[in-house]
Design a protein around this ligand. Structure first.
Ligand SMILES: O=P(O)(O)O[C@H]1O[C@H](CO)[C@@H](O)[C@H]1O
Length: 301
C-alpha cells in the first residue's frame, strides 16, 4: 500500500542532508537585500585566483562571508571570502560576485557548498556564471587557455554525493531534475560570439568538466581514465553549484581557466601544485574578466 502509516514513519525519520530550513535561507537573503542597493539578475562565482572579477565592479556593496548569517567561510588560498554586489562593464549591469567558493575537501557538506546559490535565487538571480581553475586533460589544451563548459561528469554524484540528497523541498525544485541541459545553449552561443571580440579565439575551447573530490591532484592513471571517459579538464568544484542552480530554475554558463596540464605519464618529472594554479589565474585573470564582462554586457542590453 502506498503512503501507509509505515511508509510515512520511514519518510519522517529521514534526516534531510540539506538541513537548514527554508526560513533560514530567507533570513540570509533578507539580511543581504536590506543592506545592498543592487538587485542583480546575474550571479558570478569566481574560482581559484579569479576573484579579481569582483574588484572590477563599481558602486560595490561588499560583505565578508564571516558577516553573513549562515554563510560558510573560505579556507582556501586564492579565495578571498567576500560577496560583492556592484555594476559590471561599460553598461553598468548589476551583478553579485562570490570572491571565493566552497569545496567538499574543506570539510563542508554539499548543502553548505551550495548555500549561496539558493540565496541568489531568493534575491532574484536568473543566471549563474561559474568560473574555475582546472587541469587540462585534452592534449590540445594549453596552460592559459579558456574552456567554455559544455557539459560535466559528476564523479561525486556517481557515488551518491549530491547537494540534492535528502528530503526534497519542492519550493526549490523537483525531486528528479534533468541535467542534460545543465549549461544553457543560448548562453553558450553568446559566449562563443563574445570570445573573438575579446581577441582570444586562438585559446578558446568548448568541452567537458570532470569533477573529482580533491584535495589531492590526480595520479597519472586517474588522469588517463578521466580523459578516456570524455573529460577535457578536471577540477574539484563547480558541479554542485550548477546542479543546485538548475534545480531551482536558474540558467548556467561556465568557464574554466586551464592553469596546468594534468600529467598522464608516470615518467614525467613535473608535479601539479596550487601555487602554479594561482599564478596562471593572476596572469589570465584579465582575459577571463573581459570574457565574463562581455557576456554580461550583452545580457544586460
Ligand atoms: O575550482 P576552483 O575553486 O577554481 O579551484 C581549483 O583549484 C584548486 C586546486 O589548485 C581546487 O580547489 C580546484 O577545484
Amino acid at each position: 500500500m502506498m503512503n501507509g502509516p509505515a511508509e510515512r514513519k520511514e519518510e519522517a525519520s529521514v534526516v534531510p542532508v540539506n538541513s537548514l530550513p527554508f526560513d533560514e535561507y530567507v533570513r540570509t537573503a533578507n539580511f543581504l537585500r536590506e543592506k545592498t542597493r543592487h538587485r542583480p539578475k546575474i550571479a558570478i562565482i569566481a574560482g581559484s585566483g579569479l576573484g579579481g572579477l569582483g574588484n572590477a565592479l563599481e558602486q560595490t556593496d561588499i560583505f565578508d562571508y564571516h558577516d553573513i548569517p549562515n554563510f560558510p567561510v573560505s579556507t582556501v588560498v586564492g579565495h578571498a571570502g567576500r560577496l560583492a554586489f556592484g555594476l559590471l562593464g561599460p553598461t553598468q549591469v548589476p551583478v553579485v560576485c562570490m570572491q571565493g567558493r566552497f569545496h567538499a575537501y574543506e570539510g563542508y557538506p554539499q548543502w553548505k557548498i551550495t548555500f549561496p546559490v539558493r540565496i541568489f535565487k531568493l534575491l532574484g538571480v536568473e543566471i549563474l556564471i561559474v568560473t574555475n581553475a582546472v587541469g587540462g586533460l585534452n592534449p590540445e589544451y594549453h596552460v592559459g587557455d579558456i574552456m567554455l563548459i559544455k557539459d560535466h561528469i559528476n564523479f561525486a554524484g556517481f557515488a551518491g554525493v549530491s547537494a540534492l540528497c535528502g528530503v526534497n523541498d519542492e519550493r526549490w525544485g523537483p525531486r528528479f531534475p534533468p541535467m542534460n541541459d545543465a549549461y544553457d545553449k543560448g548562453l553558450r552561443a553568446l559566449a562563443r560570439q563574445t570570445a573573438p571580440e575579446c581577441q582570444f579565439q586562438d585559446f578558446f575551447h568548448e568541452g567537458t568538466y570532470a569533477m573529482v573530490g580533491g584535495p589531492m591532484f590526480e595520479t597519472c592513471a586517474e588522469a588517463r581514465m578521466l580523459r578516456s571517459v570524455g573529460g577535457d579538464v578536471v577540477g574539484m568544484s563547480t558541479v554542485s553549484e550548477v546542479i543546485t542552480a538548475r534545480h531551482c530554475g536558474m540558467k548556467v554558463l561556465g568557464f574554466s581557466l586551464i592553469t596546468n596540464v594534468v600529467i598522464q605519464d608516470e615518467t614525467s618529472d613535473d608535479t601539479a601544485n596550487h601555487q602554479e594554479v594561482l599564478q596562471v589565474g593572476i596572469h589570465r585573470a584579465k582575459a577571463m574578466q573581459d570574457l565574463v564582462s562581455g557576456v554580461v554586457t550583452k545580457l544586460g542590453s
